[in-house]
Design a binder for this molecule. Structure first.
Ligand SMILES: Nc1ncnc2c1ncn2[C@@H]1O[C@H](COP(=O)(O)OP(=O)(O)OP(=O)(O)O)[C@@H](O)[C@H]1O
Length: 356
């Protein structure tokens, strides 16, 4: 288990800033997921940590030792990439043992390590096969095994599941999480898949345009997004937004409708009057049209999702998604009313787009 400190990392490629002052403290044994859309700088950050890319300024510390000037092989990290990068001519056993042979590890120790990793990843029956005789998921497990036998206290993963089909992804996700609990090593995992982030991470770092927008536990990122970007990025469907004006901490006015903002805990007295209310689909109640204190809404269409359903409504000039039971969706009237659960709402400054 090792602590990883990422301090003020900046990196640009040909004048384009890719990492803009990234700071992160990763505790020993923590499973951190770096989440963000394509091109936001996730892989570059991982490569800088691994030493595969230089940064322009900043430091990477492992257990309080500055490793910024060290070669990748001197940093004591294991890395699993999206492409499995197995040696095609070698058996699985040899793929696992090769790194240790090069390092001069004694034969008995190598055999023990290979047996241990193969048992853990349930690839014992595959040890004498070549990579071409394996499925994608099996190859991925061998690639993970190759990282494991290095006994590194830090494992880096760059989208390791993205080549797998949906079922195998779900299974491997669970396996990786269990593996982390067994090994207790520090894991830094890059993905653009928010389900992976939400299910595996102790903490998620949401990246946007080369910076970390929020670094917090998955539930906090979901319930209390730090910015409009995070609110829109996390969760499917995306959070509903409504632009309006705050009057102190008590009233939010949008299109002549006045909502009680007092259940929301403002961090400080908001100075910006113009604000954006964010509310998730499960925090909107649909009531009968004309119910006192409800906001008129009109059903556009419903989607049945198997276990539950989504209703899409027009309300105050916006399209809103609302989580419904299948029965409620089937019986939904065209004209209804909305009540927002304001204690679960989020408010963002329209000017800074940060949480108020
Ligand atoms: N060697 C390079 N030379 C020039 N530009 C690069 C290089 N590597 C990455 N970039 C650019 O830096 C930005 C960030 O790339 P990076 O691979 O870190 O993104 P990412 O968030 O991992 O994306 P993805 O999910 O698509 O892999 C992109 O705009 C990319 O085009």
């Amino acid at each position: 288990m090792s602590r990883v400190s990422i301090r003020q990392i900046r990196k640009s490629f040909a004048g384009l800033t890719v990492l803009d002052c990234v700071d992160m403290e990763i505790a020993p044994g923590e499973f951190v997921v770096i989440l963000g859309s394509s091109g936001c700088g996730k892989s570059t950050l991982l490569n800088v940590i691994a030493g595969l890319d230089d940064c322009d300024s900043g430091q990477i510390l492992i257990d309080n030792v500055d490793v910024s000037g060290l070669e990748p092989s001197q940093r004591g990290l294991a890395m699993v990439f999206q492409s499995y990068a197995l040696f095609p001519a070698m058996t699985v056993r040899r793929n696992l043992s090769f790194g240790m042979e090069i390092a001069g590890t004694p034969k008995t120790a190598i055999a023990e390590k290979v047996a241990w990793a193969a048992r853990l990843l349930q690839i014992e029956a595959l040890l004498d096969r070549k990579p071409s005789q394996l499925s994608g998921g099996q190859r991925q497990r061998v690639a993970i095994g190759r990282a494991l036998v290095r006994s590194s206290s830090i494992c880096l993963f760059d989208e390791p599941l993205s080549n797998l089909d949906a079922k195998l992804r779900a299974e491997t996700r669970v396996e990786l999480k269990l593996l982390h609990e067994t090994l207790q090593s520090t894991m830094i995992y890059v993905t653009h898949d928010q389900i992976e982030a939400m299910t595996m991470a102790d903490r998620v770092a949401v990246m946007h345009k080369g910076g970390v927008e929020q670094f917090a536990e998955p539930q906090t990122v979901y319930e209390k997004p730090a910015s409009l970007f995070v609110a829109g990025f996390i969760g499917s469907p995306s959070m509903n937004f409504l632009r309006g004006h705050l009057e102190g901490t008590r009233r939010f006015k949008a299109h002549e409708v006045c909502l009680d903002a007092s259940p929301y805990g403002f961090a400080t007295e908001p100075t910006a009057a113009e604000a954006i209310l964010g509310i998730r689909c499960e925090d909107v109640d649909v009531v009968e049209h004309g119910t006192p204190d409800s906001i008129p809404a009109t059903l556009a269409f419903t989607e049945l999702l198997g276990a539950d359903a989504l209703g899409w409504f027009d309300c105050l000039g916006q399209r809103f998604s609302v989580k419904l039971t299948v029965d409620a969706a089937r019986a939904m009237q065209k004209d209804v009313g909305f009540r927002f659960n304001m204690s679960k709402a989020s408010f963002f400054s329209a000017a800074t787009e940060r949480r108020l």
